[in-house]
Design a protein around this ligand. Structure first.
Ligand code: GCO
Ligand code: MG
Length: 405
């Protein structure tokens, strides 16, 4: 007899930061977990799941992953968008988890097996001043990382994306009822950042892979200038140079620089990625397993990317939970055109709430050999950390107008 989903439940927990987890249970006694966390909009996706998805799942055959994906995507009529696609991701991940547990195999085996032995990771080094930034980069190297994203402060500005004045480290979402308002000036940033990355490159030598995130803040022309200015620093990639709603803008950037470009962390579907991939306007596609339809849809996106020699480089900030992070590592191990996995790490508490088989060592990740995704949820512990409102900052230019954060 085929198995059936008998219960579905949304778990909201905040061990250091908010996470939205979907739990599915089957008649055969299997449990699958999926991640639907959307940073700063957690309750919207929790409601989408609780009110509009959970009631549809009871009675479905958990083996029919693709059919359930199509049912939720096409069946809703209102398709795409971050909330819908995060909800679909959670169901997809929970079903892959169940399929792996039913088969007694880690999910990467179901995806065709390993095509590499380990999954290259990059992490973040952030500090306001250059000497501290160089210390941070050194610290990440000592932890084993072979690829590091470097972000620094900018003279004359009070706030800069990804950097705190007072301490090293990166955590932009702040608890509270409304977003913190930051100020921003692109000209000051453009005058400063090439010298920072030149100094980091000189400090680390030629081998360490260096990355930088411009976080959607430049016009296409500014992005082209920055890409050119950074060529001597030999970046692994320059990320999100310009907001990618207008994808034609990337043509201008591409014509002027050979610095590799990475985009896609806010994309939700293959349709968001299509033009950048088929136009060969980027080198790395950054879709997150939690935000773009789960393992099933990321596989389609990565297959399209392979045709155009674009590599997969899934978004892996601390705002996607250890559940979808694990799923990303299973994909990385089994996807031929995989490039690199972002790994920001988690608070000790998050590791406790989500015990996991995936591991990091010597600059690389591995999903582990536990059946399914290999990430469980300590529900009793999770219940001790209820949801707390938290928001990403909003940015205003020096004249007071809102700009992209
Ligand atoms: C990255 C990202 C993130 C986002 C964050 C927003 O490259 O890791 O830019 O840090 O800012 O995920 O919630
Ligand atoms: Mg980014």
């Amino acid at each position: 007899m085929t198995d059936r989903i008998i219960a579905a439940e949304v778990i909201l927990t905040s061990p250091g930061r908010n996470y939205v987890t979907l739990k599915l249970q089957t008649a055969d006694g299997l449990v699958g977990y999926g991640d639907a966390t959307v940073n700063g909009r957690e309750l919207a996706v929790a409601s989408y799941l609780r009110d509009h998805v959970v009631p549809l799942l009871t009675g479905l055959d958990p083996a029919r992953i693709e059919d359930t994906w199509q049912y939720l995507y096409r069946g809703a009529y209102w398709r795409r968008g971050p909330i819908t696609m995060a909800a679909i991701s959670a169901v997809d991940l929970a079903l892959w988890d169940i399929k792996g547990k039913a088969a007694g195999m880690p999910v990467y085996q179901l995806l065709g097996g390993a095509v590499r032995d380990r999954v290259l990771a990059y992490t973040h080094a952030s500090a306001w001043e250059l000497p501290e930034l160089l210390d941070e980069v050194d610290a990440r190297r000592e932890e084993g990382f072979r690829a590091v994203r470097a972000q620094s402060g900018v003279p004359g500005l009070e706030t800069v994306y990804g950097v705190h004045r007072e301490a090293a480290g990166y955590e932009p979402a702040k608890r509270g009822a409304a977003p913190v308002v930051e100020s921003w000036d692109t000209d000051s940033y453009l005058r400063h950042v090439p010298s920072v990355l030149a100094a980091v490159r000189e400090h680390v030598g030629p081998e360490l892979a260096l990355l930088h995130d411009a976080h959607h803040r430049l016009t296409p022309q500014q992005a082209a200038r920055l890409g050119k200015a950074l060529e001597p620093a030999d970046l692994f990639w320059l990320e999100d140079v310009t907001p990618a709603e207008n994808q034609d803008a990337l043509r201008l950037v591409r014509q002027h620089t050979t610095t590799p470009l990475a985009i896609g962390e806010v994309f939700n579907s293959i349709y968001d990625c299509k033009d950048l991939i088929t136009g060969q306007l980027i080198d790395y596609i950054r879709v997150a397993v939690a935000h773009a339809g789960g393992i099933s849809h990321l596989r389609s996106i990565f297959a399209l990317a392979a045709v155009y020699q674009v590599k997969a480089a899934p978004h892996g900030p601390s705002d996607v939970s250890p559940v979808s992070f694990g799923a990303s590592v299973h994909l990385g191990l089994s996807t031929h055109n995989f490039g690199i996995q972002e790994y920001m790490g988690y608070d000790a508490l998050a590791h406790e709430v989500f015990p996991h088989a995936w591991s990091f060592s010597d600059g690389y990740l591995h999903p582990g050999e536990a059946p399914g995704l290999g990430v469980e949820v300590d529900e009793a512990l999770a219940a001790k950390f209820p949801y707390e409102p938290a928001y990403l900052p909003v940015a205003r230019r020096l004249d007071g107008s809102v700009t992209d954060w």
